[in-house]
Design a protein around this ligand. Structure first.
Ligand code: GUN
Length: 285
């Protein structure tokens, strides 16, 4: 029976640490501000944005929301990004994805100043992660690493399997595991025998967006299983990419959904925003 990895508790510790540092900066006259941009009325995006604003309040940051109409043009959004880049009172810029069809996401991401790119989505930040010399780590993979490390299981030399190859999660996740000297396999929709690959994993990260894809019989005895999935079922309930009920019988450690990776993503965003503010104010420690 697996031990449950408590993402709520671990994320709360991270946020407390951020709040403490933010308070010390405020006492020096440095206020931290995250600009949160949402375009359109996607209900899931609204939930995420509200959680991010709430976390800002908790750690003592200002959050400034820019809620734009779903028909906003690419140029209008680029203009807003330019304005936020130039605004010295804004430390971090988060443009919630996905964006409506008429807007090229890449163009927007590339316009955000890399020093304010608290998602670490800009090509220059992605490149820095590749070479292992970075200011910001992408929020979800970084949160997953914290959860893996919380188990005390050594990563060096282990087989790590990442299911999913998105730019936001799968690819950077694989890179962070590689930096920790895991032997990393990336699986995706064209992988021939997913079950066989997963069964080799000492550390398994599922980030594909397919409800309950990973069953207990695909998991190695004692593995660390990290479930990034956030799938909304027809009955309104949230479920992960891992079939929790069967997986928990086999895994050594497992994250629940909700209460696993989700809260860590937001805590890492707070940590990145703090880092951005420190860099912009010339604070190096
Ligand atoms: N949409 C889903 N996840 C994310 C994220 O981590 N950052 C942003 N900006 N949008 C998202």
């Amino acid at each position: 029976m697996a031990q449950i990895i408590d993402g709520k508790k671990i994320s709360s510790d991270v946020k407390m640490m951020v709040a403490k540092e933010a308070k010390a900066l405020t006492q020096k006259g440095i206020n931290i501000c995250l600009a949160v941009v949402i375009v359109g009325d996607d209900p899931a995006s609204r939930v995420y944005v509200n959680s991010k604003k709430k976390a800002c309040e908790l750690v003592g940051f200002e959050s400034r929301e820019f809620a734009l109409d779903k028909n906003t043009t690419e140029q209008e959004l680029l203009n807003l990004v330019d304005k936020l880049n130039a605004d010295d009172t804004v430390n971090g810029i988060l443009v919630q994805l996905p964006l409506p069809k008429q807007i090229d996401e890449n163009k927007i991401i590339e316009r955000i100043s890399p020093l304010k790119d608290v998602d670490a989505f800009h090509a220059s930040n992605v490149g820095k992660i590749m070479i292992g010399d970075y200011n910001f780590l992408p929020c979800t993979p970084s949160g997953c690493m914290d959860l893996i490390k919380s188990t005390g299981v050594k990563i060096t030399g282990k087989n790590a399997v990442v299911v999913g190859r998105s730019n936001i999660v799968g690819k950077p996740m694989a890179m962070l595991l590689l930096h920790e000297s895991a032997t990393v396999t990336i699986c995706h929709s064209k992988t021939k025998d997913l079950a066989k690959a997963c069964k080799e994993a000492d550390i398994l990260v599922a980030a594909v967006g397919v409800p309950k894809l990973i069953k207990g019989d695909m998991i190695k005895e004692g593995a660390v299983v990290i479930d990034v999935g956030m799938n909304r079922l027809e009955d309104g309930k949230l479920c992960g990419d891992v079939d929790f009920e069967s997986a928990k019988e086999v895994a050594g450690y497992i994250t629940p959904v909700p209460g696993g990776v989700g809260p860590m993503t937001i805590a890492t965003l707070m940590r990145n925003t703090l880092t951005a503010a420190k860099i912009q104010n010339g604070i190096t420690e």
